[in-house]
Ligand binder design. Structure first.
Ligand code: KIV
Length: 282
C-alpha cells in the first residue's frame, strides 16, 4: 500500500484490475498491473450470481489463495464479502485477519463509509482500501446500480466520507460510479490514492473488472467499461474447432499419440491375450 501512495506523490497512474484464479492473475501480474483485487464481483462473473451478495467468506478465501499463488509483483487486495463486516467491529476485524493470515492478501477492501471499522483494521495492522460511491453490496438500498453523488448534498457527503476514511487510516479509496467532477475534487483533497471505476480520469488510478475488458460477462457493458479484446469469441471459436475435430476424427493425430517401440508392438499384436484370473475361458 505505501507503494501506491508513493505513486500518487510522483503523479504516476496506478493500474488495477480484478482477478480470481491462478492463470488469469498470473497473466495480469506479468502484464505489470500494480494492484490485483480479488473482487466480490467474482460472485457474478465467475459464479453466475445476479449480484455480489451471495458470495461467502470461504469462497473469497479460496479464490484469494489461488491469486496469491500466482502473483509475485502486484499488491493483492481481497474484497470482504457482504455480511462479513456488517456486524460488530470485532467480527469485521476477525474476518479481515483470515484474508491476511489464511489467504495471503496484503490488504482488504470494504464498502461504505465504515469509519470505525477502518480505524479498527488500521489499528490491527491490516491495510484497508475503502470503496465509496456506487457500492454494489448496497444494491437493494440504492434501488439498483445507479450513479451516486449527483446532487450538491450527496456530493459533499461523499467528499466528507472520503476524508473520514482517509483520516481513519484507509490506504486507498475506490470511487465507483460517481461524476468525474466529484472524483476529481476528492482526489485533490486526499493524500491517499483514489482508484476510479466509472469515476473519470482524474483519479490517481483506474480499476476495471477482468471479465468486462475481455467481453466475458454475457451482459451489456456499463458506460465506463472499455473492451480491450473479445476473448469470448476466441474461446468459442477454439472450442467449436475442437468439437468438430473430434467429431470428424481429425483429433488426435498420429503425432499427438503415444507409440509402442516396434518390437513390443509386434509382440503385442501377435501374442494371444492372457487369460484373466477368475474368468473361465471357453
Ligand atoms: O468486486 C469488484 O470487482 C470491485 C471493483 C468493481 C472495484 O469491487
Amino acid at each position: 500500500m505505501p507503494a501506491l501512495a508513493g505513486m500518487k506523490r510522483q503523479g504516476k497512474p496506478i493500474t488495477a484490475l480484478t482477478a480470481y484464479d491462478y492463470a488469469t492473475s498470473r497473466l495480469v501480474d506479468e502484464a505489470g498491473i500494480d494492484m490485483i483485487l480479488v473482487g466480490d464481483s467474482l460472485a457474478m462473473v465467475v459464479l453466475g450470481h445476479d449480484n455480489t451478495l451471495a458470495v461467502t467468506v470461504d469462497e473469497m478465501l479460496h479464490h484469494t489463495r489461488a491469486v496469491r499463488r500466482a502473483v509475485r509483483r502486484a499488491l493483492v487486495v481481497a474484497d470482504m464479502p457482504f455480511g462479513s463486516y456488517h456486524g460488530s467491529l470485532a467480527e469485521g476485524v476477525a474476518n479481515a485477519v483470515r484474508f491476511i493470515k489464511e489467504a495471503g492478501a496484503e490488504a482488504v477492501k470494504i464498502e461504505g463509509p465504515r469509519v470505525e471499522l477502518v480505524r479498527a483494521l488500521a489499528e490491527a495492522e491490516i491495510p484497508v482500501v475503502g470503496h465509496l460511491g456506487l457500492t454494489p453490496q448496497s444494491v437493494h438500498k440504492m434501488g439498483g446500480y445507479r450513479v451516486q453523488a449527483k446532487t450538491t448534498e450527496t456530493a459533499l457527503q461523499l467528499r466528507s466520507n472520503a476524508e473520514a476514511l482517509a483520516e481513519a487510516g484507509a490506504g486507498a479509496i475506490v470511487l465507483e460510479g460517481v461524476p468525474r467532477e466529484v472524483a476529481a475534487l476528492i482526489t485533490a483533497d486526499l493524500e491517499i490514492p483514489t482508484i476510479g471505476i466509472g469515476a473519470g480520469p482524474e483519479c490517481d488510478g483506474q480499476i476495471l473488472v477482468f471479465h468486462d475488458i475481455l467481453n466475458m460477462t454475457f451482459a451489456p457493458h456499463a458506460k465506463f467499461v472499455r473492451q480491450y479484446a473479445d476473448v469470448s469469441a476466441v474461446i468459442r471459436e477454439a472450442v467449436e474447432q475442437y468439437r468438430e475435430d473430434v467429431e470428424h476424427r481429425a483429433f488426435p493425430s498420429d503425432e499427438e499419440s503415444y507409440h509402442l517401440p516396434a518390437a513390443v508392438r509386434d509382440a503385442v499384436e501377435t501374442a494371444e491375450a492372457p487369460a484373466v484370473a477368475g474368468i473361465r475361458q471357453v
